[in-house]
Design a binder for this molecule. Sequence first.
Ligand code: PMP
Length: 366
Amino acid sequence: MTTVYNFSAGPAVLPEAVLRTAQQEMLDYNGTGIPVMAMSHRSDTFRSILYHAEQDLRSLLAIPGNYKVLFLQGGASAQFSQVAMNFAHGFARVDSVVTGNWSQIAHRQMGRLTAAEIHLAAHGGNLYGFKNLPPVGSWDVGPGSAFVHFVANETVHGLQYKDMPKLSDGLPPLVCDMSSEILSRRINVADFGVIYAGAQKNLGPAGATIVIIREDLLERCPDHIPSVWNYKAHVEKQGMYNTPATYSIYIAGLVLRWLQAQGGVEKMEKLNARKAAMLYAAIDGSGGFYQNGIHPDARSKMNVVFGTGNADSDARFAEEAALAGLRQLVGYKTLGGLRASIYNAMPLEGVAALTEFMAEFQRRNG
Ligand code: PMP
């Protein structure tokens, strides 16, 4: 049987060991005789699953004690407006950095249910055609803004801040969408007001969205918004305001345990750097047959966008690669081309197999 490597941008590859455990526990979780999927979210067993998932996340990211952790629903897309609904009330302005597809959507959605002006702090499209990232020092951010929103890794455009942006004291809190890079490298949580991430890339199946919130910001949550959108309501009910995405949280918990066993985020960071270096070297070493137009300093280590510059040839590449076991390499619907997402659960061997296939495809078509 061909070994299959899954390069999907999300929902994405999960560690095989996690899937095997889930398979074993599918019908009877830990001797309870009940599947996790069919278990009350208020049972001691599920509460324990949630507790351990949170503790493992806290330990992997070294989350300080003054941060709350929530597993919400609605995906990262819900967070685009939820952060503004909760944290911009009473403020005249929110600063928003646009660096690609997802921050562009966030920018447009953020203003829907808030009176605050969503101020464009920087636009990587106008500046660099989304081929490079505006440095944090160039962002037009003001001390009176409610917060500054940005996306650390642009999943579609394949851009990533190499050094994680940090604002100096006196400037507003940073709110960061880390959906497609959370747990892929070390971060200093204390540099952020809020971090959020959909689970379906580096963490588990779709359904759960992790939101890490600095405690003092909860005082801003206004009472007039529906409780289901109110972070404070979720925190007060220990993440049980309503039914959480139980199965997704359970799998995320297994992924977090797997990450611990792999040696944690530091180990992942090293491995991810090797994987990305290998793939970009294959692109750069192809004499122009494959191209990635992103500025070297802004190249994503998670989502590598590339192509031959010819749509037919890209389509053939994706089809033939799929037959060779290298799956889901088609680029984003609006950008075309090819994209290899190489999240934590993608082994080095998968990237090596892709680079071998790239060389072979070039020999046949170059
Ligand atoms: N932000 C980023 C960086 C993403 O990659 C995605 C999904 N690909 C989203 C937000 C939207 O996530 P969801 O579909 O879970 O709402």
